[in-house]
Design a protein around this ligand. Structure first.
Ligand code: DAH
Length: 342
């Protein structure tokens, strides 16, 4: 058979074969038969090379036409067979990047979570229990039992969010946990609590209406200021990872302790005064003291037998100092640029 006829024959056979194709697999088999490296069209091309030059031109043009037609019909059939879903799957596979897993995004713990975990581990190692308090308290636990009776001026220092139910409020400090613990446990008691507290204040870089405190309390026979000072110092040294952190105690008034004091630490960032310590070289870390006998009584503990110490750390301040965070509002901002740093 001459080549011209073979080409026409092939064309007919291809049309027949293609009309019988119903799946992509069948289409692929047809492609191999006609367009494959050893397919019919390749064989015809080999034959073409054997022709005399003037024949070659004419038959070559025919063969070229056939090749284009076969390719075109093949493509059209393929498009028809690929459903939208299959196309999508193929597209996805094309974009699949096996190296992408190397650049997996890794999350990290919030600075609060990191410090709280550190504090909890530390107190547990000293034999304290870690308690949870309630953020909604009443007048008795937040004030009265802590020796802040009604009309006491200290109530004014706690700008309180009162709830609509009379006598109920958002706790202004973590100290109410002391009273709950005294009522529920018997001495010796050693506890620590990390929790949110609320103050009705205008918000700026150093004030927020919600912040965190760490409350600590120990009650046993013969508890003295020495116990308070040593455990508070230990905690702050571990937290700031600075063995030579210095401390300063100043007398201070809190109705629920007697004597009461403020604990300052030497500024961990400078030697001679910087913007963080307001050029004083010291940073206020906690309020503390020996538990007032009236507070022990409010918790049904006999002050003639037991004594105790308590402290309240400004957890938010400590987190800010530890990480050099200059704006308290960032801590609750959910800003990824901020969070990615930790
Ligand atoms: N509750 C105090 C406050 O919020 C802090 C404090 C001071 C807690 C002295 C104590 C303490 O346990 O003994 O300002």
């Amino acid at each position: 058979m001459d080549l011209k006829k073979q080409i026409i024959e092939t064309r007919n056979l291809f049309h027949q074969a293609l009309s019988a194709v119903g799946t992509l697999e069948q289409l692929e088999a047809t492609r191999v038969t006609y367009l494959g490296r050893q397919g019919t069209l390749a064989l015809l091309t080999d034959e073409l090379k054997k022709l005399a030059p003037e024949e070659k031109r004419e038959v070559g043009a025919l063969l070229n036409e056939l090749k284009q037609e076969v390719q075109k019909l093949f493509d059209a059939k393929k498009a028809e067979l690929e459903t939208a879903a299959q196309r999508e799957a193929a597209e996805q596979l094309k974009n699949f990047d096996v190296t992408a897993y190397k650049q997996r995004l890794q999350g990290s713990l919030h600075p609060y979570t990191q410090v709280i975990k550190q504090i909890e581990d530390l107190f547990i190692s000293m034999g304290f229990v870690i308690l949870d308090g309630k953020e909604v308290e009443n007048d008795f636990y937040n004030f009265t039992a802590l020796n802040i009776p009604e009309d006491h001026p200290a109530r004014d220092m706690h700008d309180t969010f009162w709830l609509q139910t009379p006598g109920w409020l958002l706790r202004t400090h973590t100290s109410p946990v002391q009273i709950h613990a005294m009522q529920q446990r018997k001495p010796p008691i050693a506890l620590a609590v990390n929790g949110r507290v609320y103050r009705h204040e205008a918000t700026d870089a150093t004030h927020d209406f919600m912040f965190m405190q760490t409350e600590g309390m120990v009650i046993d026979k013969n508890i003295s200021l020495a116990h308070l000072i040593s455990s508070a110092q230990h905690m702050l040294r571990v937290l700031f990872e600075k063995a030579d952190l210095k401390f300063r105690m100043r007398p201070a008034y809190y109705p629920f302790v007697e004597p009461g004091l403020d604990i300052d630490i030497s500024c961990p960032f400078c030697k001679s005064g910087c913007s963080i310590c307001k050029k004083t070289g010291w940073i206020e870390a906690a309020g503390a003291g020996l538990i007032h006998p009236r507070v022990l009584q409010a918790g049904s503990i006999d002050p003639a037998v037991y004594s105790g110490y308590a402290f309240g750390f400004g957890l938010t301040r400590l987190v800010m100092f530890k990480y050099g965070i200059h704006d308290i509002r960032l801590l609750h901002s959910s800003s990824l640029d901020f969070l990615k740093q930790f």
